[in-house]
Design a protein around this ligand. Structure first.
Ligand code: GUE
Ligand code: MG
Length: 286
C-alpha cells in the first residue's frame, strides 16, 4: 500500500479562504481581526516562522503587528508590552514567539497574556478549558492535526486507537485531550515508554511529536494507519524533515502528512482561525 498524502497546504488554503470571508463579514462593523506577534532576539528559524505568520495575516485581510526586540530586552519590559497589547482594542490575538531568551521566564510571560487573546492556546486557562471541555483557545498545532483528521472523514474517532508520541505542553498533551474529546481511545508514549513499537503497531492513528528524526519507522506502523508528523527537524543535508521515516512509512500507512507542507502550514492556519474567533467574540459583544 502507498499512503495518500494529507496536504496541509491545500487544506490550509481552503480554511484560510473561509477565514478571509469571515474577516470580510466583520468589516461593516468596523472590526478588522488583529494579531500581534512579539519576537525577542534573532533566532533565524524564528524570524522565518514569524514572517510567515505576518504574511498569512495579510493574505486573509487581518491587521498584524510585528514587534521585534533585542535579545537583551528585560522581562519587565516584555511584560509591559504584553499588558499594553492586552489593552489594545485593535488586537484580538497575541503571540509571543517561543523560545524566549534564558533570562526571561516563558511561563510568566505566557500567563501575562489575557486568556481572551491567547490565540496560541498556551495559557493555563486555555489548557484548563481544553481539559474540562469548556470554550477556550485550542493550541494551534494539535488543533490543526484534528482538522487534518476531519478532512479525511475522521472527525469522530469512536472505536479508534490513537497513539501520541510525545508529552509536551504545546503538542503532546493537548493532542491527547483533543483526540479523547473526539472519542478515540488514547495512548500517550514518551521517553519512559518501555516498548514504543508495541504501542504504535496497535494504532489506527499515530501522531509523532518528539522533535527527533526517524522516531517512527515502517515496522512500527499498522497497515492502513493514519500517520501525522508534527516533527520539524533538519536532516544531514540541512533539509527540513519530520519525526517519521516518510519514505518507509508511506509504504505501510493509509494516510500520511508530509514535512514540509503538512502540520506546519496548518499550525499557522489555526492561529488565524483562533484570531478570527477572538475578533468575532468582540464583534458580538460577548
Ligand atoms: N508562541 C509560539 N507559537 C508557535 O506556534 C510557535 C512558536 N511560538 N515557536 C516556534 C514554533 C514553530 N512553529 C511553526 C509554525 C509553522 C511552520 C511552518 O509553516 N512550516 C512549513 C515550512 C517552513 C520552512 O520551510 O522552514 C512547513 O512545515 O511546511 C513551522 C514552525 C510555530 N511555533
Ligand atoms: Mg526562558
Amino acid at each position: 500500500m502507498t499512503a495518500t498524502l494529507i496536504d496541509g497546504v491545500a487544506l490550509s488554503k481552503q480554511l484560510r479562504t473561509e477565514v478571509a470571508q469571515r474577516a470580510a463579514a466583520l468589516a461593516p462593523k468596523g472590526i478588522k481581526p488583529g494579531l500581534a506577534v512579539i519576537l525577542v532576539g534573532d533566532n533565524p528559524a524564528s524570524q522565518v516562522y514569524v514572517r510567515n505568520k505576518v504574511k498569512a495575516c495579510e493574505d486573509v485581510g487581518f491587521h498584524s503587528v510585528l514587534e521585534k526586540y533585542e535579545a537583551t530586552m528585560s522581562e519587565a519590559e516584555l511584560l509591559a508590552r504584553v499588558e499594553a497589547l492586552n489593552n489594545d482594542p485593535s488586537i484580538h490575538g497575541i503571540l509571543v514567539q517561543l523560545p524566549l531568551p534564558d533570562h526571561i521566564d516563558d511561563h510568566k510571560v505566557i500567563e501575562a497574556i489575557s486568556p481572551l487573546k491567547d490565540v496560541d492556546g498556551f495559557h493555563v486557562a486555555s489548557a484548563g478549558a481544553l481539559m474540562v471541555g469548556e470554550a477556550g483557545f485550542k493550541a494551534c498545532t494539535p488543533y490543526g492535526c484534528m482538522k487534518m483528521l476531519e478532512s479525511i472523514g475522521m472527525k469522530d474517532l469512536r472505536g479508534k486507537h490513537a497513539v501520541v508520541i510525545g508529552r509536551s505542553n504545546i503538542v503532546g498533551k493537548p493532542m491527547a485531550l483533543m483526540l479523547l474529546q473526539a472519542n478515540a481511545t488514547v495512548t500517550v508514549c514518551h521517553s519512559g515508554t518501555a516498548d514504543l513499537a508495541a504501542m504504535t503497531r496497535q494504532a489506527d492513528v499515530v501522531v509523532a511529536a518528539v522533535g527527533k528524526r526517524n522516531v517512527l519507522t515502517a515496522d512500527m506502523v499498522k497497515s492502513g494507519a493514519v500517520v501525522i508528523d508534527v516533527g520539524m527537524n533538519r536532516n544531514d543535508e540541512g533539509k527540513l524533515c519530520g519525526d517519521v521515516d516518510f519514505d518507509g512509512v508511506r509504504e505501510v500507512a493509509g494516510w500520511i502528512t508530509p514535512v514540509p507542507g503538512g502540520v506546519g502550514p496548518m499550525t499557522i492556519t489555526m492561529l488565524l482561525v483562533n484570531t478570527m474567533e477572538s475578533a468575532e467574540r468582540v464583534a458580538a459583544g460577548r
